[in-house]
Design a protein around this ligand. Structure first.
Ligand SMILES: [Zn+2]
Length: 174
C-alpha cells in the first residue's frame, strides 16, 4: 500500500501514458474503458469503474471536491493524505490498489471484474492488513510482558538469594 501511495504521489505509477513517456511501445488507451489517455488521474479518479467503486464504498464525495482544484493524481492523493482521517485514507488506498489489480487482471488475463469484486478484494486486504498490524501490536505487548515477568523474577530471585545468604551468614555468625 505504501508503495502504491508513493508511486501515485511522485507520479511514477506505471500507467500506459507513463510507460510511453519512458519509451515503451504500447497503446495509450485505458484498458478498462478505452479512454484515450490512461494516466494515474484517469485510472483512479476519472475512469467509470473507479468512480463506481469509490461511490459504492462511500468515499467518492471525499475525493470529488479535489477534482475541481487539481487535474493531477499526485496533488489529489497528497491532499487526501493530509485532509482525510486515517481510516478514510485506508479505504481510499485499498480501493486504489484493488482497481490497479483489476486493471492488470483485465490486461493480462482478460478477466472483467464487477465493482462488487473490486470492493470485496479491497475490504479483504484491509481486514488482513489490520489483523497483521494488531498481531504486531500484540507481539510487542507480549514481549514487553515477558520482560516485565522476567525482571520481577530476577528481583525475587535476587531478594531470595540475599535473604538466604544473610540467613546463612547469620547462621555462621550465630
Ligand atoms: Zn478508463
Amino acid at each position: 500500500m505504501t508503495n502504491l501511495l508513493q508511486r501515485v504521489c511522485v507520479d511514477c505509477f506505471p500507467t500506459r501514458v507513463r510507460l510511453i513517456s519512458r519509451g515503451v511501445k504500447c497503446p495509450s488507451a485505458c484498458v478498462t474503458c478505452d479512454d484515450p489517455h490512461e494516466d494515474s488521474y484517469h485510472l483512479f479518479f476519472h475512469c467509470k469503474i473507479a468512480i463506481d467503486v469509490l461511490n459504492a464504498v462511500n468515499v467518492w464525495h471525499l475525493i470529488a471536491p479535489y477534482l475541481n482544484q487539481f487535474d493531477n493524481a499526485s496533488y489529489i492523493t497528497f491532499n487526501l493524505l493530509q485532509k482525510l482521517y486515517a481510516s478514510q485514507v485506508e479505504n481510499v488506498v485499498t480501493i486504489m490498489w484493488s482497481i490497479w489489480k483489476s486493471l492488470n487482471l483485465k490486461l493480462w488475463q482478460q478477466v472483467s471484474e464487477s465493482t462488487v469484486t473490486i470492493m470485496e478484494r479491497a475490504k479483504h486486504l484491509l481486514k488482513g492488513w489490520k489483523k497483521a498490524n494488531r498481531n504486531r501490536v500484540l507481539q510487542v505487548r507480549f514481549t514487553y510482558l515477558r520482560i516485565q515477568v522476567l525482571k520481577s523474577m530476577m528481583v525475587r530471585l535476587r531478594t531470595t538469594s540475599t535473604v538466604m545468604l544473610d540467613g546463612g551468614n547469620q547462621g555462621v555468625v550465630g
